[in-house]
Design a protein around this ligand. Structure first.
Ligand code: ATP
Ligand code: SKM
Ligand code: MG
Length: 258
């Protein structure tokens, strides 16, 4: 192992990056944000919906300025997250991509050479960092939200949208891909077993959206609508809280005057 999250790097490796994990993370994050903000080509030539958040008067109106996407592999976190970030005119960060940039290896290579534990430690560091960002859509890895501390940090930062799909859809979307946990002779059974193991954790998300058999634009639209509802509820709750404390202080003042 040439790099440990949170600790100085030792030895030599072939990555163009250098320094401690934290330094490399900062550099990778800067590169990632710069690349994503200047690059709409990930939409495969489709017109950018980047300005959807801008109303006729030119003001940006969005329900939230930070949101994370969680869920099982292949539910569409990376793709939908990117499209959502364009629609809300927010930065986009994909934690899997960020880790591969920091470590200088693909995810299967990291699993093979450093082990899954190392990858999970990287995820923990990255979660701590991306929850300090402003104006961002953060797409997580499939296992990130399963870890309790990650869940706690993410849910205290902002809404976490969980995408869902059936095992069959997940299999179709991840077939021939490089997800190391699905490198098995019977990936469908592996997906079903992992899903059963993890479902309770995904259920802790703020908003749940089905991604099965639906075009990405429809999913993005539903997420935005649900985020507006979420924001309304947050405001109403906060306003009710203000009203409650105002009523309490009035009662207190009345009692004091008696
Ligand atoms: N709504 C959709 N309809 C059709 N294909 C989709 C949809 N959403 C995602 N895909 C495709 O499915 C594949 C997997 O999607 P994506 O990489 O976004 O999943 P993910 O949730 O980020 O997976 P991982 O947890 O492994 O990172 C990609 O090829 C993507 O283009
Ligand atoms: O579900 C998981 O545990 C994973 C999902 C991917 O996003 C990657 O983070 C990695 O392949 C592990
Ligand atoms: Mg992804």
């Amino acid at each position: 192992m040439t790099l440990s999250p949170g600790a100085p790097r030792s030895g030599h490796d072939d990555s163009p990056l250098s320094g401690t994990f934290t330094e490399r993370l900062e550099q990778a994050l800067a590169e990632e944000l710069a690349e994503a903000s200047g690059n709409d080509s990930q939409l495969n030539g489709e017109p950018s919906s980047r300005l959807l958040a801008m109303n006729v008067s030119g003001l940006i109106e969005r329900p939230v300025s930070w949101v994370a996407l969680a869920g099982f592999m292949g539910t569409g976190k990376s793709r939908i997250g990117w499209e959502l970030s364009r629609a809300l005119a927010l930065h986009f960060v994909d934690t899997d991509k960020l880790i591969t940039r920091v470590v200088g290896k693909s995810i299967p290579e990291v699993f093979a050479s450093e082990g899954e534990g190392f990858f999970r430690a990287c995820e923990g560091e990255v979660v701590q960092r991306v929850t300090r960002l402003e104006h961002a859509v953060v797409s997580l890895g499939g296992g990130t939200f399963v870890h309790e501390e990650n869940r706690r940090v993410l849910l205290s930062r902002g809404p976490v949208v969980v995408l869902w799909a059936t095992p069959e859809t997940i299999l179709a979307r991840t077939r021939n891909s490089d997800r190391p946990l699905l490198h098995t002779p019977d990936p469908l059974s592996r997906i079903e077993a992992l899903m059963t193991e993890r479902e309770w954790a995904y259920r802790q998300g703020t908003i749940h959206v089905n991604s099965d058999g639906r075009p990405s634009e429809e999913i993005v639209e539903e997420i935005i609508e649900r985020l507006w509802n979420y924001q309304d509820a947050v405001y109403e709750g906060a306003f009710a809280g203000v009203q409650d404390s105002y009523a309490d202080s009035l009662q207190e003042a009345e009692r004091a005057a008696d």
